[in-house]
Design a protein around this ligand. Structure first.
Ligand code: NAD
Length: 359
């Protein structure tokens, strides 16, 4: 790939290729944009088939973090790293410590955390070599992000109800949840408490049974979830589930769930969904609770503050739809615009010279 052309096109700041012969480390760290603050984004470990594939993935993910962090109102930029390797057999202390040294060499421009294929235990090795790692399993840690992601998704869903029905109550609303894993199960709990009627599916029957027992949910088979009669469809399992096959099946008024990259082809399905009269909550806006939670560690973790900020996803959703209306664009594009406008505004503000505080 023509990497500088790509960097220029999408405004990337820095791409670092990390190699350590002794540990076998081959990693890519990408810093997309630090206008708002240091780039925060997890470290993924994946058996990429080629170097190009690894670099492309890191580039794509880092840029996604810039948008997610900016739209969430965080004072952090976007970055991501990938380690090329099989997380089931290639992990070692040396590998993660070698990675930590490269993170440290960036002096805080990039802050890492766990992601797909890495765990808090791996990050504890990274932390032996760098100050710039978060989401560790220690006393200062923000802990499991899933309940906070679910809280943000729940609040975002309420804002979607406000937009669709003029009232944000979910009492009596039929919500179909695809995937009752870490996030989906907590989401089911919030919704059940508010009096929503749940329909759930998962490929793991014991999770479905739990949701049926604890939250009076109705169970359906995985392939049935798209076509169920419901008000809100909440994808909390897989990406690319809004596509040519599923869109014609949807009977809901709202799609609002925690899964990443829900639109298979955003330019096509982000438009098509609206043509069908369905309101779509942009995924990276509504599922930002987890990153909001871990980012709070940068200020010394305060659970109350982190949860309040995650709950504010309600207002972020309303802002996205204001922009969508203002500019006559679909919601997925309005989300990007919200992020871009914040980066531009704060970037401009930061250029101003303010004398240092004396005390
Ligand atoms: P998870 O793996 O705990 O849960 C996903 C669930 O979906 C699992 O129970 C799995 O069995 C189920 N599933 C998989 N394929 C399915 C299918 N075809 N039909 C029905 N169910 C299926 O993951 P999670 O942490 O709950 O995350 C869920 C989604 O939210 C993912 O897309 C993730 O990237 C996204 N997300 C999670 C967080 C977080 O804090 N955990 C933050 C942001 C985004």
């Amino acid at each position: 790939m023509e990497i500088f052309k790509y960097m220029e096109k999408y405004g990337y700041e820095q791409v670092v290729l990390c190699h350590d012969k002794a540990s076998g480390l081959k990693a890519v760290i990408v810093i997309h944009d630090t206008t708002l603050g240091p780039a925060l984004g997890g470290c993924r470990m994946w058996p990429y088939e080629s170097e190009d594939e690894a670099i492309t993935d890191a580039l794509r993910l880092a840029r996604g973090m810039t948008y997610k962090n900016a739209a969430a109102g965080l004072n952090i930029g976007g970055g991501k790293s990938v380690i090329i390797g099989d997380s089931r057999k290639d992990k070692s202390e040396e590998l993660f410590r070698a990675f930590g040294k490269f993170v440290q060499s960036l002096g805080g421009r990039y802050i890492t955390a766990e992601d797909v294929g890495t765990s808090p235990a791996d990050m504890a090795w990274v932390a032996l070599e760098t100050d710039y790692v978060r989401g560790l399993n220690d006393a200062n840690s923000s802990g499991d992000p899933s309940p906070v992601t679910a809280l943000g998704t729940y609040k975002g869903m309420k804002a979607m109800a406000k937009l669709a029905y003029g009232d944000d109550s979910l009492k009596g609303k039929k919500v179909a949840i695809q995937g009752v894993g870490h996030v989906g199960m907590y989401l089911a709990e919030f919704l059940h408490k508010e009096g929503a009627k749940l329909i759930v599916t998962d490929i793991h029957p014991e999770l479905v049974e739990k949701a049926v027992k604890d939250f009076a949910a109705k169970a359906v088979r995985p392939e049935e979830i798209y076509g169920v009669d419901c008000d809100i469809f909440a994808p909390c399992a897989l990406g690319a589930i809004i596509n040519d096959e599923t869109l014609p099946q949807l009977k809901c008024k709202i799609v609002a769930g925690a899964a990443n990259n829900q639109l298979k082809e955003p330019e096509k399905h982000g438009v098509e969904i609206e043509k069908r009269g369905i309101l779509y909550a942009p995924d990276y806006i509504i599922n930002a609770g987890g990153v909001i939670n871990v980012a709070d560690e940068l200020m010394g973790y305060n659970q109350e503050r982190a949860h309040a900020k995650a709950a504010d996803i309600y207002n972020t959703i309303l802002k996205v739809f204001e922009i969508a209306k203002r500019d006559s664009i679909p919601s997925y594009l309005a989300a990007d615009r919200l992020a871009e406008e914040r980066i531009a505004r704060i970037g401009e503000l930061r250029k101003k010279y303010i004398p240092p505080r004396c005390c």
